[in-house]
Design a protein around this ligand. Structure first.
Ligand code: NCD
Length: 324
């Protein structure tokens, strides 16, 4: 049974950036732009929308200890659903019958009746495929292990479009943990769909996975930044919570403020957050650092995704004709 009208994505689940065409990315960006004045991110919402009144989003954030915790992804999805007039709820495994021994699969079979759309984060890479096959309602991947984080990639693309005016013909340098960073993985897949140059700088053993290299991907050193003159420097923290225990103390890096001197004036510095030691406070003084705007854009982008996947795309488009 299909509940939604968005025909272009398989079963209307959003599991990987691989599902998106350039057209889909452009469409979500366009819808997010229309919805931004209603998102509350920079100003009070222009109007309270009611498209999703009576519709329920259920968030499930699960995994061992801190491997599935979330601030921005969870809160922005909740805010996005509320701004669309819908309701959201975060499922709490610890107070559920899973404590009595019920399987997660049976839990999902039941929860399917309690929501219209699911947002799931799990510490196991690839696990979302199985959950999506159990649930009849659409499922959004909010980060699966070290695999992917596609909605983060969409807000990152939106950030590039906002500040640079385009998402193609860019030079993008990824710095940090490229091996375990799922936000990096999804974003590399997204920027690859357009003619962009992609570079990586990482501590030893934390390089870009083989399958995401290819094309004109190149490993560089930070000292090459002055020659490359990137449009985007995308920093990612060391994913200590997602790597094996024995590796956790081995890796570290820090973006020194002098690195910014090698970046062109028009460039932007991005980071999916949370930042830790790698991204010191001094960097925030540079106006090319857009990491909090980038985080805010998660709200209109997730509004666009929820509205589209729940079948309200025409309502989004009709907002364009409103006179204020
Ligand atoms: C990212 C994640 O959880 O993958 N955070 C986020 O959702 N903004 C990146 C990270 O944890 O470093």
């Amino acid at each position: 049974m299909s509940y939604v009208t968005l025909g272009r994505w398989d079963k209307n689940d959003l599991l990987s950036m691989d599902q998106f065409s350039k057209y889909d990315i452009g469409m979500i960006q366009q819808y997010a732009k229309i919805l931004e004045p209603y998102s509350g991110i920079f100003h009070a919402p222009r109007e309270n929308l009611d498209f999703c009144r009576g519709r329920i989003m259920k968030g499930i954030f699960r995994g061992e200890s801190n491997t599935s915790v979330s601030t921005r992804t969870r809160e922005s999805f909740k805010t996005a659903m509320t701004r669309l007039g819908g309701e959201s709820d975060i499922f709490d495994e610890k107070t559920s019958s899973m404590e009595k021994g019920e399987s997660f699969e049976d839990t999902l079979r039941y929860l399917d009746a309690c929501a219209d759309i699911f947002v799931i984060r799990d510490s196991v890479s690839g696990s979302l495929e199985e959950y999506a096959s159990i649930l009849k309602r659409p499922v959004i991947n909010a980060g699966d292990g070290i695999n992917e984080h596609p909605t983060q990639a969409l807000q990152d693309m939106y950030t590039m479009l906002e500040f640079l005016g385009r998402i193609s013909n860019l030079s993008i340098v990824f710095v940090g943990d490229l091996r375990y960073g799922r936000a990096v993985h999804s974003l590399v897949k997204a920027v690859r769909k357009f003619p962009n140059k992609i570079y990586g700088v990482s501590p030893p053993e934390l390089g870009m996975p083989e399958e995401l290299r290819g094309g004109d991907y190149r490993d560089i050193n930070l000292s090459d930044l002055a020659d490359i003159r990137p449009d985007v420097l995308y920093a990612a923290r060391i994913q200590k919570n997602l790597m094996p225990q024995e590796e956790r103390e081995r890796h570290s890096y820090r973006l020194e403020p002098k690195i910014l001197e090698m970046l062109p004036k028009h460039s932007i510095v991005m980071h999916p957050l949370p930042r830790t030691d790698e991204f010191p406070d001094e960097l925030l003084r540079d106006e090319r650092v857009k990491i909090f705007e980038q985080a805010y854009f998660g709200i209109p982008v997730r509004m666009a995704l929820l509205a589209t996947m729940l079948g309200y795309d025409e309502k989004v488009v009709s907002l364009q004709d409103r006179r204020y």
